[in-house]
Design a protein around this ligand. Structure first.
Ligand code: NAP
Length: 291
């Protein structure tokens, strides 16, 4: 019997994983399906969604309640992606459908002393408020700096051999996305931490400079680090990143200086083993550097 098995031995209900195209949602669905749970994945456009063997897929926009009833039919638990927008219709439908529990992915920006009043914190707090107000039983999951940011922020630059970054001494706490997914799966399937929030981190506080050095070590090639001013970084902002949010992140980095990132043992408390390291993440995802 694995950690994710239903300890009551009852027939399992279906678990709905929203955001299933995403870095985290796709892994949550895979972990649940591999452990034998009945899984339904959803996305606004199913074209980019990988459906694990044995799982089913439904189209769903969390801000459009018209698809909610079908998506929630027979569902006992929901992995909820923090969609910016009004998801109250979906939440009301979840309560009506008798969903027993939701795990809401959120961001430490929602409670962080520096970030909580900024746009990232505000947007996540709004979703947390909506879930709380719905009356749905839930756990808020706060992963630390996602390992996928390496590829999101620096993928192309790494391939070109030079990474430009503002505040290279800013300390972050990279977490392996399989750890995020395994913790989320545990919270969805076991009656622990319900009505609570759970902050999970990777095992190390590392500067951005050290993260780039770790990538260089994994690839066995030198990667230059070019330090940008805040203004230069803002001017080089990727199109997909809203300006106010990007600037807010730069403000956090500026504000924190070389303060160590916080590290906790919650991954180990939930999974019974230490969190994976950044080096492990880079090794596991090495193929992404080739793309
Ligand atoms: N970056 C960090 O260091 C960090 C740290 C802590 C927490 N977080 C949180 O984690 C999130 C990133 O997670 P990720 O990497 O898994 O995201 P991702 O790969 O960017 O995927 C985003 C997912 O959200 C879904 N989505 C967006 N709007 C939706 C809507 N209206 N209805 C239904 N689904 C919708 C998308 O579904 P479609 O397929 O329909 O587009 C997609 O599957 C951030 O947004 C933040 O909230 C990030």
């Amino acid at each position: 019997m694995s950690d994710l098995d239903d300890p009551t031995g009852n027939p399992r209900d279906r678990i709905l994983v929203t955001g299933a195209r995403g870095n985290i949602g796709s892994r949550v669905a895979a972990v649940l399906a591999a452990a034998g749970h009945a899984v339904r994945v959803s996305g606004r456009d199913l074209a980019g969604v990988t459906v694990p063997e044995g799982a089913e897929a439904v189209p769903l926009d969390l801000t459009d309640p018209s698809g909610a009833e079908a998506a929630l039919d027979g569902v006992s638990a929901v992995f909820l992606y923090p969609t910016f927008g009004d998801i109250s219709g979906f939440l009301n439908a979840a309560v009506k459908a008798g969903v027993g529990h939701a795990v809401l992915l959120s961001s430490p920006a929602a409670y962080d002393p520096v970030e909580h009043a900024g746009p990232i914190g505000e947007a996540h707090r709004a979703i947390e408020g909506a879930v709380r107000d719905s009356g749905l039983s839930h756990t808020v999951l706060y992963p630390s700096w996602l390992g996928s940011n390496v590829f999101r922020d620096w993928g192309e630059q790494i391939r070109a051999g030079a990474v430009s970054v503002a505040f290279p001494e800013w300390r972050i706490n990279p977490i392996h996305l399989d750890d995020v997914a395994e913790v989320a799966a545990d919270l969805l399937t076991r009656d622990r931490f319900r009505g609570r929030s759970l902050v999970i981190t990777g095992p190390e506080s590392l500067s951005q400079r050290e993260v780039v050095a770790a990538v260089s070590a994994e690839l066995g090639t030198p990667i230059d680090l070019v330090e940008l001013t805040r203004e230069q970084a803002l001017a080089a902002r990727p199109d997909w990143f809203p300006e106010a949010m990007f600037d807010s992140l730069l403000g956090v980095a500026a504000n924190l200086g070389t303060t160590p990132a916080t590290i906790n043992n919650n991954v180990e408390r939930v999974l019974g083993r230490p969190p994976r390291t950044l080096a492990q993440w880079l090794k596991d995802e090495r193929a992404q550097f080739q793309r």
